[in-house]
Design a protein around this ligand. Structure first.
Ligand code: NIG
Ligand code: FE
Length: 389
């Protein structure tokens, strides 16, 4: 048994509407006690029970640890040259993924694990306490399996993305590659994965192929998620709804039908505005989703092609400035929204029984996450009741 009291919290965002006003459930002059990894008590600092150790927030704002529900951390090399060319006017296309596939296949196991661990540590330092990690840069049975083994060393939220793009050796034989993904590759990867994902896009997979991938994955016991309508409108969102997916991700080009389908099927729309930032593309219409009553998550999409950032505060700032989300909506989407996208009722909320994951901000209010973009405001992080940063 070990307990930690975080006290002197000027503003505590709980995301528990029963704890305080609004969806963020904000308490002032608050404290929180963590015991055996879980929240044991939340309330006014003046009434806080004693604990084995004390962390004094000294008036700082404290928020639930961020839930980054979409990342591609397992890869080798980078694509700085591609980014530089893009910033000089070249457009982004799905085919760039093959550059990273070649580098990833050539890398040793230790190099892959070290690269992913470095990025996961960057995330933690910036307040992210739950991460999802995808495969998708191996695209052979052995390389997808080892990518997922690396991912599993970092998080239980691992996603098999063998259907990221058709690799060069299967050019002209999409059906043959889909057979590999849904057959031997899935069999080798399913033991390491909780989720299956497919990139539904021109230059990646069409509706028929995506349906086959999602059906095989769900039959193998994996939950569905979809890379949907990133580069143009397409069948991804409706497929996600049909498949009972937890989340449709990107959603940059949604139609009204897509918005209705997602909301009707209870599919979370995970928006990844750092990808639009880094590809100089129009942002998703977050307001259409929120105003229709849909659930929105925000995540980094950290990957070397379209979004080489690990920073949830940066994503929150983009969501507020560029997608017209309010600061409260953006924080909720980056915490409780991500938890919904991963179907994890134990994270993204601070109430007794939930995992004790908090980020202390060097600021009096969570609003500063968007108000002070680019400033490293996260000054301490508690994950599962342990003071880790
Ligand atoms: O989510 N959209 C597909 N996958 C990544 C990009 C991968 C890459 O360009 O390497 C994404 O943006
Ligand atoms: Fe992605």
């Amino acid at each position: 048994m070990s307990s930690l009291l975080v006290t002197g919290i000027g503003e505590l965002v709980t995301n528990d509407p029963q704890a305080g006003p609004g969806p963020l459930g904000i308490l002032r002059d608050a404290a929180l006690v963590a015991e055996d990894g879980q929240v044991a008590w939340v309330g006014p600092a003046s009434a806080a029970p004693a604990a084995d150790a004390v962390l004094d927030a000294a008036g700082r704002a404290t928020v639930p640890g961020f839930v980054d529900s979409h990342s591609h951390l397992v890869f080798a090399g980078d694509r700085a040259a591609e980014f530089e060319a893009r910033m000089s006017g070249r457009a982004y296309a799905a085919g760039g993924i093959r550059t990273t596939v070649a580098a990833t296949r050539a890398a040793g196991d230790e190099q892959l694990a070290a690269g992913a661990a470095r990025l996961a540590a960057e995330m933690l330092r910036q307040g992210t306490t739950t991460i999802e990690v995808k495969s998708g840069y191996g695209l052979t049975v052995a390389d997808e399996r080892r990518s997922l083994a690396v991912a599993q060393g970092l998080t239980p939220e691992t996603t098999f993305l063998g259907a990221h793009v058709v690799p060069a050796e299967y050019a002209g034989d999409v059906a043959g590659y889909v057979d590999l993904v849904t057959g031997p590759m899935l069999a080798a990867c399913a033991p390491y994965a909780r989720w299956i994902d497919v990139f539904v896009e021109d230059g990646a997979f069409d509706a028929e192929a995506a349906r086959a991938v999602l059906a095989a994955g769900t039959a193998a016991g994996l939950g569905a998620r979809v890379h949907a309508s990133q580069l143009g409108p397409g069948p991804g969102p409706v497929l996600a709804a049909e498949a009972g997916a937890a989340s449709a991700d990107h959603c940059t080009h949604l139609t009204g039908t897509d918005v209705d389908a997602l909301r009707g099927a209870g599919v979370v729309a995970t928006l990844l505005p750092a990808a639009e930032f880094s590809t100089r593309s129009p942002y998703p219409d977050a307001r259409a989703l929120l105003d229709a009553g849909g659930t929105v998550a925000l995540a980094t999409d950290c990957n070397p092609g379209t979004s080489y950032t690990t920073s949830m505060p940066f994503v929150i700032a983009l969501a507020v400035r560029e997608m017209r989300m309010t600061p409260a909506e953006a924080l909720h989407a980056a915490t409780a929204g991500g938890a919904a996208a991963l179907r994890r009722p134990d994270v993204g909320i601070l109430r007794p029984g939930a995992r004790a994951d908090v980020a202390l901000l060097d600021a009096p209010s969570f609003v500063h996450l968007a108000y002070r973009p680019g400033v490293p405001l996260v000054s301490a992080v508690v994950r599962a009741g342990r003071h880790v940063v």
